[in-house]
Design a protein around this ligand. Structure first.
Ligand SMILES: [Zn+2]
Length: 93
């Protein structure tokens, strides 16, 4: 049925648009290639999860967390003294 095909394409288009908007807003909040580079420079120097370290565990494979919510403020966002290395599952908590 051609009608169903059109429905599908419309649906597909909406999904793609939503994804583009999501990516765009993430980039506007500063999560762009500059952020990825800074993070890539930071993590090798701070490889262990801070939350695990406090419990005497040494967990690597961490992501960068903002201790102070930056709320889009670029000074806070780029202040690496306010960054915290966290293991991904600890970060989710
Ligand atoms: Zn941890």
């Amino acid at each position: 049925m051609s009608g169903e095909r059109e429905d599908y394409c419309e649906q597909h288009k909406r999904t793609t648009q939503a994804y583009d908007q999501y990516r765009e807003s993430a980039a506007k909040r500063g999560y762009n290639s500059k952020w990825r580079q800074s993070r890539a420079g930071y993590l090798p120097k701070h490889p262990l999860c801070a939350a695990c370290l406090m419990q005497g565990r040494r967990t690597s494979d961490t992501v960068v967390d903002h201790i102070v919510p930056h709320k889009g403020g670029m000074n806070l966002f780029w202040d690496s003294s306010k960054w915290l290395p966290l293991y991904a599952s600890c970060h989710g908590r």
